[in-house]
Design a protein around this ligand. Structure first.
Ligand code: SF4
Ligand code: SF4
Length: 164
C-alpha cells in the first residue's frame, strides 16, 4: 500500500532536518559514483512503483511548460499555441508558463493523463531522481519527497547506500 499524501507529508516532515543535513554534505562532497548510484536507485524504485495508484504530482504541483511542450500539446489538441495558452496556462512569478490550477486539467479520474504521450518534459522527468549531478537539485528534492512516495523512498535508500 502506498502512503497517502498526508502520510508522505508527515514522513518527509519528520525526516526533514536529517535529509537537509545529508543534502548539505552531498553538495560539498558528492561521491564519485553519484550519477550511477542514483540511476540504479531510481530504476529499482520505479520498478515497484505504480504511479496510477498515486498521481500526487499531478494533483498537487503542476509542471512548467516549455515552448516545445506548448507547441507539441497544442498540436495534439488541434489548437493554436496561443489558444492553448489562453485556455490552460498562466504565467508565474518567474515568468514561466504553468497550469492555471491544480489538480492538473489533464488528469483523468482514474489517475491517467489525457495527454500522456505528449505530456510536458517536466512531467516525464519528475521526480528527477535519475538526474545527473543530483546534488544540484537538493532544494527541489526536499520539496518533492513530501509529495512523491517514490522520491521519498529513493532518498531514504540513498542515505543507506551512500552514507556521508
Ligand atoms: S500533464 Fe499529465 S502527467 Fe503532467 S501533471 Fe498533468 S496529468 Fe500529470
Ligand atoms: S512520480 Fe511520484 S508523485 Fe508522481 S505519481 Fe509517481 S509516485 Fe506518485
Amino acid at each position: 500500500m502506498k502512503p497517502t499524501l498526508q502520510e508522505i507529508q508527515k514522513l518527509a516532515k519528520d525526516k526533514h532536518n536529517e535529509t537537509k543535513k545529508y543534502f548539505d554534505k552531498l553538495k560539498k562532497k558528492p561521491p564519485k559514483n553519484l550519477d550511477y548510484a542514483m540511476q540504479e536507485l531510481h530504476e529499482a524504485e520505479f520498478r515497484r512503483t505504480d504511479c496510477l495508484e498515486c498521481a500526487n504530482c499531478c494533483k498537487t504541483t503542476g509542471p512548467l511548460f516549455t515552448s516545445a511542450d506548448i507547441e507539441r500539446i497544442a498540436k495534439h489538441l488541434r489548437l493554436k499555441p496561443q489558444q492553448f495558452i489562453e485556455q490552460y496556462l498562466s504565467i508565474d512569478e518567474d515568468n514561466d508558463y504553468v497550469l492555471q490550477s491544480v489538480p492538473c486539467t489533464f488528469l483523468d479520474h482514474d489517475n491517467k493523463c489525457f495527454i500522456y504521450d505528449v505530456r510536458p518534459k517536466a512531467c516525464r522527468e519528475f521526480p528527477h531522481t535519475d538526474r545527473k549531478k543530483f546534488q544540484q537539485i537538493s532544494n527541489l528534492t526536499l520539496k518533492n519527497v513530501a509529495i512523491c512516495p517514490a522520491a521519498y523512498n529513493i532518498v531514504e535508500e540513498m542515505k543507506k547506500k551512500l552514507p556521508l
